[in-house]
Design a protein around this ligand. Structure first.
Ligand code: UTP
Length: 236
């Protein structure tokens, strides 16, 4: 069985420096499941360094294409660190950060790691594309936020969503597009559409290895599951 994990950049690189403790425990978890025969595609996000470098590029007069190109390098640097960590844990991992989905699909190792690929998208979209390429039916999205809410969790009355369908997810993503800059929704709209077209089950969990393990194994967890035919909040 293949599972794709979208590892938000903030889980690897929060505010100040790379999170070695998380990298180590996450790698041990991947070691356990991959030794049992599971195959993983992991896409790593850029986190704070990506935003810092993209902003610096803009201040220097670069356009959005170049800002994205610079940010992609941050995703790949985080992905490189993850490969080192997986290697140290004894995981059968492909030893370079891939940016080609065909290569990722055919790599002979149990685990492949990617960063960003082309400007104009995010690692959410890369992760769903990788899931499609690998024919994975499950994608686990790991970020600093432990679940999806029906409105920004900072707002009063925000309710955690245990399960929603693809339409519900897209509605949340569209609403968040209208919010002010810097309040990114957890999953971008292109990624939502691609997941829906291929019926890829999405699990949103926080950076907690226990929760990640439950999502991989198909056990109930404290995050949010997105799949077909689940009634969204507010619908009867
Ligand atoms: P991320 O996907 O990591 O951005 O890519 P994010 O949504 O801010 O997620 P976190 O913070 O990592 O969880 C970082 C930036 O890299 C560029 C975009 O500029 C994106 O905002 N990028 C990433 C691309 O241009 N193409 C890609 O395929 C991936």
């Amino acid at each position: 069985m293949s599972v794709v994990i979208s590892l938000g950049g903030s889980t690897i690189f929060g505010e100040e420096e790379p999170n070695i403790a998380f990298l180590t425990s996450f790698s041990q978890l991947i070691k356990r499941f991959s030794s049992d025969g599971m195959r993983f595609g992991i896409v790593v996000g850029g986190g704070r360094p990506a935003r810092m470098y993209a902003n610096a590029a803009r201040k220097l007069g670069a356009g959005e294409y170049e800002a994205d190109m610079v940010a992609i390098r941050s995703t790949r640097q985080n992905a490189h660190l993850l490969i080192l960590s997986l290697f140290a844990a004894g995981v059968d991992v492909h030893n370079e950060v891939l940016f080609d989905f065909e290569e990722a699909k055919t790599a002979p190792r149990r685990v492949v790691v990617m960063g960003g690929t082309i400007p104009g998208i995010t690692t959410d979209t890369d992760a769903v594309l990788l899931a499609e390429a690998m024919r994975a039916k499950k994608l686990v999205n790991v970020s600093r936020v432990s679940a999806l809410y029906d409105r920004p969790p900072s707002e009063e009355g925000a309710k955690k969503l245990d399960k929603i369908d693809y339409e519900g997810l897209e509605r949340l993503a569209v609403q968040s597009d209208k919010r002010k800059a810097g309040t990114n929704f957890l999953f971008d709209i292109v990624a939502c559409r691609l997941a829906a077209r291929s019926n890829i089950e999405l699990h949103f969990v926080g950076a907690d290895v226990g929760e990640i393990a439950k999502a991989i194994e198909g056990k109930e967890h404290g995050g949010t599951v997105v799949m077909k035919n689940i009634k969204s909040l507010g619908e009867n």
